[in-house]
Design a protein around this ligand. Structure first.
Ligand SMILES: [Zn+2]
Ligand SMILES: [Zn+2]
Length: 115
């Protein structure tokens, strides 16, 4: 009988955190709401930008759905279902998942406007 190479553990999700594409500050705030747009602003250099996601596959592992991000925390819409419930996968650099539809996602900056 083959031993399991690794446990069937579940992924851990964490809130999205992004650094300003202009100055790399992590003091970045979501300044709008999902019914409008995904405009963020950097608290250091006041660059504004939007976050968007691109589909990278499907998540098959189980995960616990974290609480919704607090208001002002970086937020991005799912590229598939548009739900603003995208979380980072802990221990997997640059991998994100939609808690609503389990799409595997990457995160991208768009509409970058330096102040
Ligand atoms: Zn900045
Ligand atoms: Zn989704």
């Amino acid at each position: 009988m083959a031993a399991l190479g690794h446990s069937l553990g579940s992924m851990t999700l964490k809130p999205i955190s992004v650094a300003c594409p202009q100055c790399s500050s992590t003091e970045v705030y979501y300044s709008c709401n999902p019914s409008c747009c995904y405009n963020h602003v950097c608290n250091k250099c006041y660059t504004t930008f939007e976050l968007e996601t691109a589909r990278a596959g499907e998540v098959t592992e189980d995960f616990a759905v974290p609480p919704d991000p607090e208001s002002g925390a970086p937020t991005a819409p799912c590229a598939r279902c548009q739900e603003p419930r995208v979380f980072a996968i802990e221990a997997q650099e640059s991998r994100y998942v939609c808690a609503a539809c389990k799409a595997l996602l990457t995160l991208e900056f768009t509409e970058i406007a330096p102040a």
